[in-house]
Design a protein around this ligand. Structure first.
Ligand code: NAI
Length: 348
């Protein structure tokens, strides 16, 4: 493995290049920050047109993990591994053996887990070669396993607190429009329904939306319309960039709280949302339940410890809203500032 950069003033503390000539496996492990602890973040297995693009994505994602972990109050820094997915045939076992060796060589600087394109089985394979891996199966009472219900819980608790603070209403008096009824979206809908909220749901996979609607008595709309329906809260739980120059002018909700990563198409869209008088809960602040569960698994903690950490997420969100109001700036910028401050404190 080659280290490309070890200058902490750069976007990443270090970028470790994986280029195994014998097998052709290639990628990078980007370490954004270890100020608060070992750099934790998943391994993405995806095809990129160029190595430069792959490195840029790894560094951007590693920074995102640093910010998310810092705001979640975890004793972890941020990093991300990105492996180039070959276009032709490849041997999956070889890919993850080479990757595991690269993780092992970093000797605890970086802790990996699943991400887009990788599975629990891949991480089990990695765990045969290194202990610096999480996202495996959970033992009874211990943290681990599917992070989605924990992510949904953090989003739900955040939504409840934000509804109270911003809309001054209890969820039982509110309508929530949920975009995407996958693992997190569906779990969130169940929590919202139990709290008495009215639900409007949509998914590009219509059968999924129908299943949730039938089970919970929700209304289904077309996936192209969900952001624009009359609702108090909009909850993006599908893919990224759902808040963009087209969707933002059409929003009717006054509050946005959802699980999707990278909801804003650009940072400037945070200003566009704010200018419309809509309160936006920064995605990585409220969707941290999953990484909280994964890190607790790695640290050998119980599900109770996970619940306790997730219960602290709403207070952080309210602190973001308070500072955004006081400084008159967008909430996404405030969250970044707060994360940077926590990381800087960790460096001292
Ligand atoms: P998932 O793949 O189970 O569900 C996503 C759902 O969104 C699918 O049902 C898909 O058909 C639907 N969808 C895609 N594009 C859509 C569109 N334009 N309109 C409506 N529906 C659309 O994924 P999961 O795990 O539920 O994650 C949801 C989001 O939350 C993703 O952005 C993910 O990165 C993020 N997230 C998930 C975490 C987890 O613990 N699973 C943790 C943190 C973030």
């Amino acid at each position: 493995m080659r280290v490309v950069s070890s200058d902490p003033t750069k976007l990443a503390e270090s970028v470790h290049v994986i280029n195994d000539e014998a097998t052709g496996v290639s990628g990078v492990i980007a370490i954004h920050s270890t100020a608060l602890g070992p750099a934790a973040g998943g391994c993405r297995f995806w095809h990129y047109d160029s190595h430069a693009e792959l490195v840029r994505d790894a560094m951007r994602l590693a920074q995102g993990m640093s910010y998310k972990n810092a705001m979640a109050g975890l004793p972890l820094g941020g990093g991300k591994a990105v492996l180039q997915k070959p276009t032709g045939e490849f041997d999956r076992a070889t890919v993850f053996r080479v990757f595991a060796d690269a993780v092992a060589k970093l000797d605890g600087l970086y802790i990996t887990a699943e991400d887009v394109g990788t599975t629990v089985n891949d991480m089990l394979a990695v765990s045969e070669h290194t202990t610096f891996v999480a996202g495996l199966d959970a033992a009874p009472g211990m943290a681990g396993g599917d992070p989605s219900p924990w992510t949904a819980l953090g989003v739900f608790e955040s939504m409840r607190a934000a509804a109270d603070a911003i809309l001054e209403r209890d969820l039982s008096h509110l309508t929530v429009a949920v975009q995407g009824t996958g693992s997190v979206g569906a779990a969130l809908c169940r929590l919202l329904r139990a709290a008495g909220a009215e639900l409007i749901v949509a998914d590009v996979d219509e059968a999924r939306a129908q299943r949730v609607a039938e089970a919970l008595g929700a209304k289904v709309v077309n996936a192209n319309e969900i952001h624009a329906v009359k609702a108090d809260i909009f909850s993006p739980c599908a893919l990224g960039a759902g808040l963009n120059e087209t969707s933002i002018p059409q929003l009717q909700a006054r509050l946005i709280v959802g699980a999707a990563n990278n909801q804003l198409a650009t940072p400037a869209d945070g200003d566009a949302v704010r200018n419309r008088g809509i309160a936006y809960a920064p995605d990585y602040v409220v969707n941290a339940g999953g990484i909280i569960n994964v890190s607790a698994e790695y640290l050998g903690e119980t599900t109770e410890a996970v619940r306790e950490r997730i219960s602290q997420v709403p207070a952080r969100l309210l602190a973001v809203f308070d500072r955004a109001q006081k400084d008159q700036i967008a909430t996404n910028l405030v969250a970044d500032q707060m994360a940077q401050e926590l990381i800087a404190q960790g460096r001292r």
